[in-house]
Design a protein around this ligand. Structure first.
Ligand SMILES: [Zn+2]
Length: 187
């Protein structure tokens, strides 16, 4: 039993038995402590370099374990987790929610349907899916910017890349026909 909360324990840390949740929290605390110490050492390394002119190796600071991803618009099948870039999906999912809140329900819906079809199709390779998700995420983010801050030529290039990927994939091509005109309006 977890020594902290009484749920079933999955691991022992020193004398303590911990459940999954408490183990996750403990790892985050350890990670943060290590990252903090490593960043202090790196600052010292930098100062030493400045004073001596000799290169000093830096500590590699580990990435914190990702928080469990919560998605409100997109369904992520377990089979694609580990294959698909879930960070980018989470970013895109958030953008959809914001676009919806900002009052463009139509664009939010078209983004959602296209993205879901990209994830679900068996006709694209994982790297094509990842590229396209990244592209759609870029387009969604650009659509939220005022016109004079949008990267117009990049938007066109990215749209061209998406178009080429999906043009021969039946269901995707027709969903893109719905989404593309809305995105053209942003540029
Ligand atoms: Zn616990």
């Amino acid at each position: 039993m977890c020594s902290q909360c009484g749920k079933p324990a999955v691991a022992q840390v020193g004398q303590l038995l911990l459940c999954v949740d408490c183990l996750y929290k403990w790892q985050q605390v350890m990670n943060a402590q290590f990252a903090h110490q490593a960043s202090l050492l790196n600052v010292m390394a930098q100062l030493t370099e400045l004073h001596t002119g000799f290169a000093v190796p830096r500590m590699q600071i580990p990435e914190a374990p990702g928080a469990p991803v919560t998605l409100n618009n997109i369904r992520l099948d377990k089979s694609v987790v580990g294959v698909i870039n879930t960070g980018e999906i989470a970013k895109l999912d958030l953008a959809m929610s914001r676009i919806q809140t900002e009052g463009n329900a139509e664009l939010s819906k078209a983004l959602r349907e296209f993205t879901q079809a990209i994830l679900d199709t068996k006709e694209l390779r994982p790297e094509q899916k990842n590229d396209t998700i990244e592209h759609v995420s870029f387009l969604a983010t650009q659509s939220e910017l005022p016109k004079d801050q949008q990267q117009t030529s990049l938007i066109r290039t990215v749209m061209g890349a998406v178009e080429r990927t999906v043009t021969n994939v039946g269901a995707l091509a027709s969903l893109w026909q719905v989404l593309a005109p809305m995105l053209e309006h942003i540029a």
